[in-house]
Ligand binder design. Structure first.
Ligand code: NJP
Length: 240
């Protein structure tokens, strides 16, 4: 209760759901970012209906741009004075193709949004998390441990993100920062829909997918009490 949360990729999907979960869990301030300011404003309106006491501040940021991320953190501090929880959630999944057929820009975008974006966010927020002994939450993926044919950029990036999360723990855990790498399974969002062959499989599994979403949102409340939450399940079943 009463925490200030900074979250990226908050305009839709898992990030949007996480905003509502924090509002419901009693956060006092939520600083929400993504590139689309109009979508963020809609999310802010909806979050305020979830909790009348929460203040939600939308701010347009491209996480791959260090300067923009730095500016956004400055604005968040000006608005709320502190940060208790950072959720580095923004992600991008390239079109699923084998390496030789990949569009290099799409491949590097997966890596950049995940790795560069999360570095930028943690780089600028970590001193505030040290002050509050707060929570650094990185959205990794069940795919980080997998090798599904066609998503080499995304999965390699998530693998690196896991190691990055370990480094945050190594460097700042002793100063009280709690670090989480969340590994969702398949959740039917725009990101997952980028791979047409997966969509029907996810639709068949809507119950399972929404179950993961439920676990993740209840997980967000758990983050506030410091319990580790894993949203792992076996994607093999979905991509066979
Ligand atoms: O994705 P999606 P999810 N700078 O596409 C934002 C991981 N995950 O909710 O900028 C700033 O619905 C974008 O907003 P906008 C996944 O890897 C998912 O599924 O306005 N923001 C939007 O708000 C990711 O890390 C599944 O376009 C940028 C958000 O990011 C996280 O969960 C499975 C941006 C993406 O929303 C959320 O994914 C798994 C940028 N450059 C892990 N680029 C799954 N869905 O099945 C994008 O294991 N955004």
């Amino acid at each position: 209760k009463g925490k200030v949360v900074y979250i990226t990729g908050a305009s839709r999907g898992i990030g949007e759901s996480t905003v509502y979960a924090y509002a419901k869990a009693g956060a006092s301030g939520i600083f929400i970012t993504a590139r689309s300011i109009s979508d963020l404003k809609t999310v802010a309106e909806t979050a305020k209906k979830t909790s009348s006491s929460v203040v939600v501040e939308p701010y347009a940021v491209d996480v791959t741009d260090d300067k923009q991320v730095g500016e956004s953190v400055k604005k968040c501090i000006e608005k709320f004075g502190r940060i208790d929880v950072v959720v580095a959630n923004a992600g991008y999944l390239e079109k699923w193709t084998k390496i030789g057929d990949s569009d290099p820009d799409g491949w590097w975008k997966s890596v950049s949004v995940s790795v560069r974006g999360s570095f930028n966010v943690i780089h600028h927020t970590i001193k505030y998390l040290v002050e509050t002994k707060g929570y650094a939450i990185l959205l990794s993926s069940a795919g980080a441990q997998a090798r599904y044919l066609g998503a080499s950029g995304y999965q390699s990036a998530k693998h690196q993100l896991n190691r990055f999360a370990e480094f945050i723990q190594v460097e700042y855990g002793s100063e009280g920062v709690k670090v989480f790498a969340i590994h969702p399974g398949g959740v039917l969002t725009k990101l997952a829909a980028n791979e047409p062959s997966i969509v029907p499989l996810l639709k068949d599994k809507v119950e399972l997918a929404s179950h993961t979403m439920v676990r993740l949102t209840s997980g967000s409340e758990d983050y506030l009490s410091g319990r580790y939450v894993s949203c792992n399940w076996d994607l093999d079943e979905l991509v066979k």
